[in-house]
Ligand binder design. Structure first.
Ligand code: ADP
Ligand code: MG
Length: 369
């Protein structure tokens, strides 16, 4: 086992057209290497992270952190870790409209041709593309890529990759805890993908199920957490005639998480629980906050204090990713606008706390698989 700190990056989105046309709206954020400086009531707040990505200007200007730069600097090391056999988790945290989905999934219209990836494509498709590129060039290893995609809404789990038959609602799925492999979702569909085209087909299915639900229900996407999981299994192919020698296999679980808008958290803290919807959403985000706080505290005290993983579906499922056996990264997304400065400061403080967490990790190797 070895220690692994949570890696934290912050991405500042550009001001949108509406904000640019509003004379009362100004930018309050500057980025200087690993530091972010926020000016609020003429006080400067400075925060330091592993990565700071400035996307606050026009994409053609120099210094603009596009999807490729975010992927190369922050995500590519995680792909490498996954191939080494470590579990990997990346979650996007931030207020609604700050760029979580843009970063994780990218723009809907983004199409990939076989030669190069369109700039607007986000982390999830790039992650998969990178896996396929690597596996196609390694002939000594047999690799299996299995995906699943689900959302947590109101503390209930919904599979995004099973076909919905004409509006018939499926019963939500349940979490169980396996004595060795930990928490898992009963009956969650898993799909073997061979290439990028397969993957795109599944992403379309999953994203459209997210979107369909969103139009009916009060911007559901800002209230739900979506989790895209990949199981990467690599088996060494033994070319020698002596077939008695065992094939070694490595298996890593990759969780790519687009969290509900963090404003839910501060709103409920301020005004108390009103709607059931609000209560449950906050339960997962609130518990994530508690889990991060207690892990950060455990790390600084070198203690193993109680961590309330099982208080919410999200934290229960991400148990290994938070303080367990996983290389974990958090991408905090923020708006540069003065009107969002309170939420921005809340996200930056949250991200600082997460950076203090240390996971204990090991390679998942099974010689007898
Ligand atoms: P969230 O998922 O956090 O609610 P979105 O990812 O949907 O936010 O982003 C809100 C809007 O801002 C979208 O129209 C998106 O295309 C745009 N946007 C977000 N981040 C960026 C960025 N880095 N560059 C360009 N546009 C962005
Ligand atoms: Mg979103």
């Amino acid at each position: 086992e070895e220690n692994s700190n949570l890696t934290v990056g912050i991405r500042v989105r550009p001001l949108n057209t509406k904000e640019l046309n509003d004379s009362k709206i100004t930018s309050v954020i500057q980025v200087n290497d690993q530091n972010i400086i926020v000016t609020c009531d003429s006080v400067q707040h400075t925060f330091t992270y592993d990565h700071c990505f400035m996307s606050q200007m026009d994409a053609s200007e120099s210094g603009y952190a596009n999807q490729e730069i975010v992927f190369k600097n922050m995500v590519l090391p995680l792909v490498q870790n996954a191939f080494e056999g470590y579990n990997v988790c990346l979650f996007a945290y931030g207020q609604t409209g700050s760029g979580k989905s843009y970063s994780m999934m990218g723009q809907e219209s983004a199409q990939v041709n076989t030669i190069s990836i369109n700039e607007a494509v986000g982390i999830i498709p790039r992650f998969c593309q990178e896996i396929f590129t690597r596996t196609s060039t390694n002939m000594n290893t047999k690799t299996i890529v299995e995906i699943s995609y689900f959302e947590i809404y109101n503390e209930k789990i919904h599979d995004l990759l099973t076909n919905v038959t004409n509006g018939i609602k499926r019963a939500p799925l349940k979490v169980r805890e396996h004595p060795v492999f930990g928490p898992y979702i009963v009956d969650l569909s898993q799909h073997c993908v061979q290439n990028y085209k397969d993957l795109q087909t599944w992403l379309k299915v999953g994203n459209s199920q997210r979107a369909t639900a969103a139009t009916g229900m009060n911007e559901k996407s800002s209230r739900s957490h979506s989790i895209f999981s990949i199981i990467l299994t690599q088996t060494q192919i033994n070319n020698q005639l002596n077939s008695e020698s065992m094939d070694a296999s490595r298996r890593s679980k990759i969780n790519l998480v687009d969290l509900a808008g963090s404003e839910r958290l501060s709103q409920t803290c301020a005004s108390g629980d009103r709607l059931k919807e609000g209560v449950s959403i906050n339960k997962s985000l609130l518990t994530l906050g508690k889990v991060i706080a207690s892990l950060a505290e455990n790390t600084s005290n070198r203690k193993r204090g109680f961590v309330p993983y099982r208080e919410s579906v999200l934290t229960w499922l991400l148990k290994e990713s938070l303080g367990g056996n996983s290389r974990t990264a958090m991408l905090g997304t923020v708006s540069p606008a003065n009107i969002h400065v309170e939420e921005t400061l809340a996200t930056l403080r949250y991200a600082c706390q997460a950076r203090a967490i240390v996971n204990r990790i090991r390679i998942n190797e099974d010689p007898h698989d």
